[in-house]
Design a protein around this ligand. Structure first.
Ligand code: C5P
Length: 213
């Protein structure tokens, strides 16, 4: 049988990562956080002394990326998020990362019967045939508050007004780009988590996913 793919898209700090990971866990599916590919690419450009807005620098880093060498903990910061959203606006970078994402969905590791991919364009570009597509969102104010809590839990400083400003800038860059902008696929189900806790979001997602399976 064809592997099952669940696409989870949406803006930063909408609760998408936690939700996608939990869904994968509960349904016995493999999980891929595609944002890490863009984060690793952006930080590799900076580490090499390049400019993440420069198409040549960014494409070279994307092509050289070894996904098995990615260290998620080193890539959680806002600096990596910023670099990621810059390289992500470059079409050649998106093209270079596309095959890896599709291969994961088609042949999930460790005998899993499918995969949950989380990102911005999974339902619209990477896996347009996925039977279940969730677009997880929340108001930008709610997302900024969540990100501040997350930063503080990691012992980092988070100034809410600053985080809100950065988040609006990143949303604008992700939504306005010409290639694979952040918009729900036509057949995606929108889940607004502004007034939901983790369990509420999970129950909502399971109900929506169940209706499509
Ligand atoms: O999800 P995360 O915050 O880790 O993503 C970082 C950035 O990578 C996003 O702001 C977006 O610009 C880019 N991205 C993307 N397409 C994906 C995943 C991430 O453009 N599928």
């Amino acid at each position: 049988p064809r592997p099952l793919t669940i696409a989870v898209d949406g803006p930063a700090a909408a609760g998408k990562g936690t939700l996608a990971r939990t869904l994968a866990d509960r349904l016995g599916l493999a999980y891929l956080d595609t944002g890490l590919l863009y984060r690793a690419t952006g930080m590799a450009v900076r580490a090499a002394g390049g400019d993440p807005d420069n198409p040549g620098d960014a494409e070279a880093a994307a092509r050289a990326l070894d996904p098995t060498a990615i260290e998620p903990d080193a890539l959680r910061g806002e600096d990596a998020g910023d670099a990621a959203s810059r390289v992500a606006a470059i079409p050649a970078v998106r093209a270079a990362l596309l095959d890896q994402q599709r291969a994961f969905a088609r042949q999930p590791p460790a005998g899993a019967r499918g995969a949950v991919l989380d990102g911005r364009d999974i339902g619209s570009v990477v896996c347009p045939d996925a039977p279940v597509k969730l677009f997880v969102t929340a108001s930008v104010e709610t997302r900024a508050k969540r990100r501040v809590l997350e930063l503080r839990q990691r012992g980092q400083e988070g100034i809410e007004s600053r985080v809100l400003q950065d988040m609006k800038a990143r949303d604008a860059r992700d939504s306005a780009r010409g290639v694979a902008p952040l918009v729900p696929a036509d057949d995606a189900v929108v889940l607004d988590t502004s007034d939901l806790d983790r369990d509420g979001a999970l129950f909502g997602a399971l109900a929506l996913a169940g209706a499509r399976l």
